[in-house]
Design a protein around this ligand. Structure first.
Ligand SMILES: C[S@@+](CC[C@H](N)C(=O)[O-])C[C@H]1O[C@@H](n2cnc3c(N)ncnc32)[C@H](O)[C@@H]1O
Length: 233
């Protein structure tokens, strides 16, 4: 059977689908780590009171919902390119509008269309992992107001345990089409100093990268990189 690419099918169709059938609650926690059960939380984003916040690759929008309901931002915009994820987020949390705005778009297009509109942009293993950083990071810089923040969590190494890349090259990772066919999608798994150079080149300052170590054991035990940067005033 031929392999398909992300251009021809929604490769995020299955992601979070089982959970959405049973868990429609407003989340009680916000974590950055791969395991989603420990480590720093939304305080990393700073005081969100009155801010415009964007979640890049929000999936079912659970992180965005947490911020919209437990903090006092002016608005949280949950952006996702997947029709399935957008539909899931709308079904689960569409009633939280206008505090939460659920947008179906590629983040690069969305960010270019929202010049200097955001105070805070973040991604939890979201679009930053799956989009060419040479396109996404300059677009994020353009969408931030002076002094705005970009924060994202991403893999510190491959799920196999192999080291992250020292160059800006994606890897093809396995995915499934809605009908279950094998497919691939691109994922950028980059070392700390590579992210730092990319952010610097996109105009960011105050770049900070921390490793959040995995807490569990076994093959699915994964370290997280937590990356923070500012768009200068
Ligand atoms: C691993 S999921 C993470 C979702 C969510 N952040 C979470 O923690 O549950 C990655 C998400 O990023 C979205 N995504 C990837 N590239 C994107 C892009 N260029 N524009 C918008 N969304 C994108 C996918 O559709 C998918 O929903």
């Amino acid at each position: 059977m031929g392999r398909v690419t992300s251009r021809t099918a929604d490769l995020w169709h299955h992601y979070g689908r089982a959970r959405a059938c049973t868990d429609r609650e407003v989340p009680g926690t916000f974590h950055w780590t791969w395991s989603q059960d420990i480590g720093p939380g939304p305080e990393v984003l700073g005081d969100l009171t009155g801010t415009r916040v964007g979640d890049l690759g929000a999936g079912a929008a659970r992180h965005a919902v947490y911020l919209a309901t437990r903090h006092q931002p002016a608005r949280v915009v949950a952006v996702d390119a997947s029709p399935a994820q957008h539909a899931m987020a709308t079904d689960l949390y569409g009633h939280l509008a206008p505090r939460l705005r659920i947008v179906h778009a590629d983040v690069v297009s969305h960010l270019h269309a929202t010049h200097s509109e955001y105070d805070v942009l973040y991604s939890v293993f979201g679009a930053v992992d799956f989009t060419d950083p040479g396109r996404l990071l300059p677009a994020a810089a353009a969408a931030l107001r002076p002094g705005g923040r970009l924060v994202f969590s991403t893999l510190a190494h491959y799920l196999s345990g192999a080291a992250a890349r020292t160059d800006v090259v994606p890897s093809d990772i396995r995915a499934k089409t809605p009908s279950g066919e094998e497919a691939t999608m691109r994922r950028w798994v980059l070392q700390e100093d590579v992210w730092t150079k990319l952010l610097d080149a996109a105009g960011f300052t105050a770049i900070e990268v921390n490793v959040l170590p995995a807490t569990g054991e076994g093959p699915r035990s994964v370290d997280t990189l937590l990356v923070r940067a500012r768009f200068p005033k």
